[in-house]
Every structure is written in C-alpha cells, then in structure tokens.
Ligand binder design. Structure first.
Ligand SMILES: Nc1ncnc2c1ncn2[C@@H]1O[C@H](COP(=O)(O)OP(=O)(O)O)[C@@H](O)[C@H]1O
Ligand SMILES: [Mg+2]
Length: 492
C-alpha cells in the first residue's frame, strides 16, 4: 500500500481535489501549509448552510409558524414531537430574520453545542456571556461581570433564537430576561427583542445542579409574560413508517403498548448494512459506557497511539480543581490514533465549534512543521493532531486551557489539554437534535425522563436501528410536562 492510499490521508487529498499522480514534494508542502488554514470561507459556509434544506418545502403548519414570526414579528414558542421539523423550520426562519434585521443582529443559539451547529449558531451561554458557573451567581454579579462583547450583543440584538429550549433551566431563562432588560434599558420582556423559541419538553429536561431547584422554562412567570403565541407542529418528518411514528408518540407520553414491546424485542438483532462507509453511531445513557466503547474502538486501529496528558493547576489554598474536572469533558489522558473519530470540545471559529465531528488524519510537528500520517518514531513529543472535520475543514488542534474563576475573577483551577474527545459512541444527552442514519442504542442505566424517547427518535427507520436492554419501565414522562401539553391542546 502506498502511504497516500491509506484511508485518512486519502480522503483529505480527495477533498483538496488532488489525485495520487499529482503528489510531489511541492504539493506535499502545499498540503502542510493548508493544514492550518480553513478551506472553506465564511461566505461559502453560509451558502452551504442555506442550500442545506433547498429540497425541503415547508408544510402548511410550518409556514403558519414562520409567518407569525417573520411577518407579524411575534414572540413565539413552537413545539412538536422529535422529527416534526422544528430545526428545519428554524433554519428557514433564521434566514428571513437575517434579511429583516441584518445578519449580525440575530442571536442564533441553542442550549447545547451540537444543537447549535445544527442551526449554524452558538451556544446560548456563549452568546449571553455566561460560563457554566456564572449562571448561578446573583443577577447583580452576573450583570457586573459580563464581558464587553456580551454586553454589546445584548444591546444590539433584535431577535434571539433558542433551539432545544427544553434543556434550558427556567431560573436561567428568568435571569436572561433581566439581563436583557438591564442592558437594553427597556422594561418589556427581554428588553423588547423578538424571541423565537423551539424545543420539545418531552425530551431531556434541564441538567440538575446542587445549587438550586431546577425548573422547566414553562414553570417561570417570565415565560408566559414573554410569549405572544405557542404553536404545535404535528406532522413527523424524520420517520416515514407509520408503525414507528405511532410507537414513538406513545413513548413520548411514557406509554408502552404490548405491540411496541414486541417491536422493541425484535430490534435486538443487529441489522445487516452495506459496506458503504456510513458509520453506525452508538448511543448510551451514561458516560462510563460511552468511554468503554470508544476505548475499544481505538484499540482496533492499526496505527501508533499518541497520549496527551492534561496539565492541571490549582493554587495551594482554595483551589477548585476537583470542581473544574467534574464539569470539564477533557480527560486527564487523551489517547488518539490516526483514523480516530473525534469531537471538538471548544469553539475555534464560527464554523468549528464545541460538538463538531471529524477524523484524525495525521500529526503536525511543532518543531519541524512537518505533517506525518502516522506517529514518527523520531519525534513523538512535539506532535499535534490534525483533524479533518465533516464540514470539510482540516485543522491542527493545539491545546486549550479550561479554567475556573471565583467571584472575584481570580483563577482557582485550570486544565490544559487538546480539546478533543473520541466519538464513535456518544451519550444520549449529546445526541438530542440529531438525525442518525444508522444507530445502535443501549438503554442500560437510562435514568432521566424522556431519555429513552430521545434516543429512539434519532433513528430514521426500524431497519437501521438496533436496541439493547429495552424494558417498558425505561420509558417515562413527567406529569407536569403532560399537563403543560394538555393545556396547550385545550387552548388551541
Ligand atoms: N417540510 C418538510 N418536508 C420534508 N422533510 C422535512 C420537513 N421538515 C423536516 N423534514 C425532515 O425531518 C427530519 C427532522 O427534522 P428536524 O428539523 O431535525 O426535526 P426536529 O428539530 O423537530 O427534531 C429532517 O431529516 C428533515 O430533513
Ligand atoms: Mg431539532
């Protein structure tokens, strides 16, 4: 095998429109140069984003929601089961909002990094200028400590879009309302900016914390005070099989019929797939299982392993390293090989963000500035991973520092590590919002309301789904969510 025929580097070269004949020393030099440059400009990226749904025609119910937002300029929450096209509709709404208000005046956000990528936006935390800790500060402290950039965003934004709003802590929704009112010097809800919210409260709830009693957004007063209209989308588009759609709708409300149990037990067998390069994503309820699968997959790769050890720091007294590590996804020892599937843990550019997926295609030496497709024996200390992301960009990934500050902005802990994790398997929490062509779900240790429903509703068909450890008691919904939806239906 010629060294350029190996799958990782070959796809990189392919992407750059090179074929093997063309490879000379000169072109290799060009490759090395390109490795740290984005291959797609911001404009190209936006064009790609806009073309993404070009073959989708919005349904009548989707159009009605869009009209209320973009023509009547109402504050709207629209909901609907998984796969009813909430995010597709949101992308279309965002396009028109950008035309209405100017692209930099629309805040495009979601509660998780992965969901943000799905709509070409950023996390709500990064838009709002919050870190995982600052959200629990008193409102006065948050306002005082907000960065200049965040203050400017709060002032000039004319419309704020939030996808996967069900995962937003209601207390934080309240605080965001007050932050907006403060910086916009306007007493109206969210200081008068237009709110566009979407999500499904039957999916995963806000993450619990030990500081406060977490609420759903619909439980806080500012929710109903801020919204002019609530809509429900009813047609499921992600799955076409009627039997599957019916079963998922049952699971959404926490019911499992005899027939559904039967269907689920038939899904224990692994489907037989063509060898066409479409990967199976594995979903697990808890991170321990996710890590075990990823470790095993890495071990199967025939390349040399690089181990990156995190540099941790805390002051002698009053350090919070343990708290930092508890909330930081970057591992103490990150093990990587060529062809490893990875996910980025931080926002680097507007296109490459926390949650972007890619594959390690080789290594870049900081000393020699050379690119290697496998770890060279003569130089393994100065190597940084080179990752080709699924949006086509290829990047050298340098280390990043996560730090924790106390109230007085004093650093109380830090971890420096390459901001990547392995992602053959992902947690159900991180999968919310995604459509997965081929998926293997293990429901062992499901612990959260809506978790089994979220996992199962990622699949597009019963033929591309394998489910292990299903039992009816793993499918449950919360009473107050059921009542909230009941009240919406009664109002309609
Ligand atoms: N109007 C539509 N016509 C055809 N397919 C659609 C339509 N709306 C959504 N879809 C498809 O349905 C799937 C789920 O859409 P998505 O927006 O991710 O749903 P949700 O955000 O509600 O979970 C996607 O694959 C999308 O392409
Ligand atoms: Mg969605």
């Amino acid at each position: 095998m010629n060294k350029f025929q190996q799958p990782g580097i070959f796809s990189l070269l392919n992407f750059m429109n090179w074929n093997q004949k063309n490879i000379s020393n000169a072109s290799l030099k060009k490759l090395l140069h390109c490795v740290d440059e984005p291959h797609t400009s911001r404009e190209d990226q936006e064009l790609l984003e806009e073309q993404r749904d070009s073959n989708i025609k919005l349904s009548t119910e989707q159009e009605a929601v869009k009209n209320s937002i973009t023509t009547k300029r109402k504050n709207v929450f629209y909901t609907g089961a998984a796969g009813t096209g909430k995010s597709v509709l949101l992308r279309s709404i965002i396009k028109t909002l950008k035309e209405n208000y100017g692209r930099s005046n629309v805040g495009i956000t979601a509660t998780t990094g992965i969901a943000a990528i799905n709509i070409g936006g950023q996390t709500l935390h990064s838009f709002a200028g919050l870190t995982p800790q600052t959200q629990y500060y008193e409102i006065e402290d948050i306002i005082e400590n907000l960065s200049k950039g965040a203050k400017a965003r709060w002032k000039k934004t004319e419309a704020l879009v939030i996808d996967e709003v069900s995962m937003l802590n209601g207390n934080l929704f309240d605080k965001l309302n007050r932050i907006a009112q403060h910086f916009r010097c306007n007493e109206k809800p969210f200081g008068g900016l237009q709110l566009v919210l979407t999500g499904d409260f039957f999916q995963l709830p806000p993450i619990k914390n030990d500081i406060e009693k977490v609420k759903y957004c619909f439980e806080v007063d500012s929710w109903s005070e801020s919204l002019d209209h609530t809509f429900q989308l009813t047609k499921v588009h992600r799955q076409r099989e009627e039997e599957f759609v019916k079963m998922l709708n049952e699971f959404r409300y926490g019911h499992v019929s005899e027939k559904s149990s039967q269907i689920m037990s038939n899904l224990e067998k692994a489907p037989i797939y063509n060898n066409d390069g479409i990967l199976v994503t594995e979903l697990y309820a808890i991170n321990k299982y996710v890590n075990n699968v990823n470790t095993a997959k890495l071990a199967e790769l025939p390349y040399k392993e690089m181990v990156y050890e995190a540099e941790d720091w805390e002051p002698k007294f009053g350090g919070r390293l343990e708290a930092l590590i508890r909330n930081c996804l970057a591992p103490k020892n990150l093990r990587l090989k060529r062809d490893a599937q990875v996910m980025l843990l931080k926002n680097t550019t507007s296109e490459l963000v926390n949650g972007s997926k890619g594959v390690v295609v080789g290594w870049f030496s900081k000393i020699t500035s050379k690119f290697y497709e496998d770890v060279p024996t003569e130089d393994s200390v100065s190597l940084l991973p080179v990752v080709k992301f699924i949006n086509g960009q290829t990047k050298v990934i340098p280390p990043f520092e996560w730090s924790l500050e106390n109230k007085y902005k004093k650093k109380v802990a830090s971890r420096r590590q390459i901001p990547l994790i392995l992602c053959w398997a992902v947690s159900i929490h991180k999968s919310q919002g995604h459509t997965l062509e081929r998926v293997k779900i293990n429901l062992d240790r499901v612990f959260e309301t809506g978790q089994a429903y979220v996992a199962l509703s990622r699949a597009t068909s019963l033929n591309s789904l394998q489910v292990l450890n299903f039992s009816a008691d793993k499918v449950f919904a919360e009473e107050k969510v059921i009542n909230f939806y009941k009240s919406l239906t009664e109002l309609a």
